[in-house]
Design a protein around this ligand. Sequence first.
Ligand code: SF4
Ligand code: SF4
Ligand code: SF4
Length: 424
Amino acid sequence: MFLPGLRTFSGKTCSSIDSAERSAEYYRRINAGLFGAAFLHIFVLTLECNLSCLYCEAEYSGGGSTKMTRETASRDVDIALQSPEENLSFEFQGGEPLLNFGTLKFIVEYSSSRRDGRNIRYSLVTNAQAMTDEILGWLSDHDVNICFSLDGPEYIHDRNRPSKNGESNFANVLRWRERALKVYGVRRKKITALPTITRNTLPYSRELVDFYSGLGNEYISLRPLSPFGKAGVNRENIGYSPEEFTDFYAKCMDYIISLNLSGSSSLKESFSEMLLQKICGRYTVNYTDLRSPCGAVTGQLAYNWDGKIYTCDEGRMMANAGIKNFCAGNVFDDSYKSVVLSDAACNVCNASCIESNPSCSHCVFSPICGLCPVYSFRTQGDYAGVPVTQERCRILRGIYMYIVDRLLSGSDEERGLLSRWGGC
Ligand code: SF4
Ligand code: SF4
Ligand code: SF4
């Protein structure tokens, strides 16, 4: 395992390499998830939506209303507040969460009145289609972070994310993002955007980076498609091989690095920054998908609109497709403790210990990597699966190799930039 201190990537030598205490501190920091509980609580307010994105993971065929009621929401919050974590993050998801804005408001107000001195960070992921000035003003007054789903320039975004009423969603997102930046003023960092990468995006690596850089965003996040929902069904049309994705990722990163070195942009890629922070080990990184065991239940819980509690957001997506193995309880019968001790929680915990998976135990990347039992179950029908044969692993390895190659063989300037991203 790489330990910081032998030599940093900017060429300096750390004085404390021989300190076992420092090494233990490093190990503790990169495995910080082991010492905490569920900090991320995802509220699925409704499965209804006003868009028909080609990769939607929230598709539902059950019929009838899927709006979370206030009664269910109050039980969700009661359970979330049983987590022993001091700093909690409440995230509103869907469907389109603004289609159940009344319950969103209720959760913020109800949890604020019961948080008992603990910090709660509220975040909304939205397509902006149902945004109004009144809603935006309320979100700002209550300090809710807003992440707009934005796939890049109009010719990519509207292709990936057609609206049900034929309007351009791109125009709506840009308009409301601009408005939100004004309303939030000095708190503008609370307004972010997130693209999803489809086959439609692959020819436009530079255009995507230029677009995000031009928005003045601090970050872009290059996320591959998941195998859930429509993303799996439409794979022939919008999917790609792991190698096609990592090639796209490398082109974007090469360009982002060159823009940073020329001083024309300070855009960062968030996944790479997180990996670099894990490698350098100076910061605590608590990304639930790259932990061992992963952060399902022990780092996050997802509360579905109908009162069921899932190990994580992807676990509830599996339930939409009829696979219930990741249901850890329901808010009317269970407590935080019974959810943590549920069969679903134990199964994901056992299956995601990377050190005990024969595929990964000898992989050089295992200290910074993580396994996903939901992905394994979806693609290989087993909680543990054989990760090394999965497309997820091929994508992760491609990204790790890119980062390591840049750190070891890049120019001094490139290594210096990445070292700063990682805090080395
Ligand atoms: S991805 Fe989100 S915005 Fe798009 S259709 Fe699905 S729920 Fe709606
Ligand atoms: S890169 Fe692949 S083989 Fe290596 S630890 Fe991660 S999942 Fe396992
Ligand atoms: S099961 Fe997979 S998606 Fe869920 S928290 Fe673990 S790594 Fe993440």
